[in-house]
Write a protein that binds this ligand. Structure first.
Ligand SMILES: *Cc1c(COP(=O)(O)O)cnc(C)c1O
Length: 392
């Protein structure tokens, strides 16, 4: 596949052509744990890394490889490496690139699982983890021990924007690498490597898969680092993506641009109409009053994502609103073709405790909507009737 083709073309074609063995047009699911070497000398060369080839599916598999190549093409990076989940990807990055005595900085808030992994697990291995409020806070505290800076933009669930170029320059100035969790934006909206990010990770469970039927993760970046991750974080920890899941992700990614257009258009319409009521606090980077709007315009391809959050004032109103919605399923996860809703303070972010929740703006009235690809007018009618039922 010619990598100069446009994004939508690469979403369809990158990573696979006709199957060389059979001519199959769709990517076959290579359901095999192991691969015959052919002869002993080739086995030796494969294990020595002198010859490239698949030999065990924990390390690589043709269906999984096609997914990796498609994602690398869309992120515009040299390579990509798949994992069994987003958390598997995050674990592999941390376990491969850090050692005792190192420091990791992150820009809060992060996805709850990532923050748990950083704060609960790494200190046990002698790695210091610290949280920065914003790039200015980061600037004064980076040390020569800081190896990684980790961030999400827009962040979950308040959709705060972070300037990738600014943080990449700060991190590089201190000799650290920038890791960006690009799950919320997807490469259709933001390609962090273009702004200096060293590694880009995804929960492929969300928009990349897009249909709520698969758990997966992926890291994109330079080939040397990803080889290191494959030979250590993947081989030794073993959170490997299976070929069936890779097939679903490949299939989902072909329509990523089309789905993202629909998610973004629906979310934008809903955010504008919610804001126009004037009685609710609405979080959406596409609204001119959003504090990150100008940055989002520069960093997000002129579209602003499929997540809208709103503050209904208190927990009771949020609860009534969520229970009254018909088209939005109350569930964790996001980025599915179906609309989903959640109450972060009482579910995904419950463990953070009230003080941290308030510091991050995750107030009791906050509801997060993952806007699906249903007709936005139907979604809006549902939201309006649910707002009428919510005690105000
Ligand atoms: C879901 C999610 C993760 C974790 O991914 P899993 O596939 O559930 O392991 C990490 N980061 C973000 C932003 C997410 O939304």
């Amino acid at each position: 596949m010619d990598n100069s083709a446009r994004f939508r073309t690469r979403a369809v074609h990158a990573g696979h052509g006709l199957d060389p063995a059979t001519g199959a047009h769709a990517m076959p699911i290579y359901a095999t744990s192991t691969f015959g070497y052919g002869d002993a000398a080739r086995g030796q060369r494969l294990f020595a890394g002198e010859e490239q080839g698949h030999f065990y599916s924990r390390l690589s598999n043709p269906t999984v490889r096609a997914f990796e190549e498609k994602l690398a093409s869309l992120e515009g990076t040299e390579d990509a490496l798949a994992f069994a989940s987003g958390m598997g990807a995050a674990s592999a990055i941390l376990l491969t690139l850090l050692r005792s005595g190192d420091e990791v900085a992150f820009l809060a808030p992060l996805y709850g699982g990532t923050e748990g992994l950083l704060q609960d697990m790494l200190p046990k291995f002698g790695i210091r983890v610290w949280e920065a409020k914003d790039p200015a806070d980061l600037r004064g505290r980076l040390t020569d021990r800081t190896r990684l800076v980790w961030l999400e933009t827009p962040s979950n669930p308040t959709l705060r924007l972070t300037d990738l170029r600014e943080v990449a320059d700060l991190a590089h100035g201190a000799g650290a690498r920038l890791v960006v969790d690009n799950t919320f934006s997807t490469p259709y909206l933001t390609r962090p490597a273009e702004f200096g990010a060293d590694l880009v990770m995804h929960s492929a469970t969300k928009y990349l898969g897009g249909h709520g039927d698969v758990i997966g993760g992926v890291v994109a970046g330079d080939a040397a680092t990803l080889l290191d991750l494959r030979l250590h974080g993947l081989r030794h920890v073993g959170a490997s993506l299976g070929p069936f899941e890779a097939y679903l992700l490949l299939r989902g990614m072909k329509t990523l641009p089309l789905r993202m257009e629909a998610h973004c258009a629906g979310a934008h319409l809903i955010a504008e109409r919610l804001a126009a009521r004037g009685d609710l606090k609405v979080y959406y980077p596409g609204l001119p009053e959003h504090p990150g709007h100008d940055l989002a315009r520069r960093q997000m391809s002129g579209r602003f994502g499929g997540i809208v959050s709103l503050d209904l004032g208190d927990f009771a109103a949020a609860q009534q609103f969520l229970d009254a919605l018909q088209l939005f399923t109350q569930a964790v996860s996001l980025g599915d073709v179906e609309s989903l809703s959640s109450h972060p303070a009482s579910t995904t972010h419950q463990l953070l405790g009230e003080e941290v929740l308030n510091a991050h703006g995750i107030v009791p009235g906050l509801v997060r909507l993952s806007v699906g690809i249903e007709d936005p007018e139907d979604l809006w009618a549902d939201i309006e009737q649910a707002l009428r039922q919510a005690r105000r």
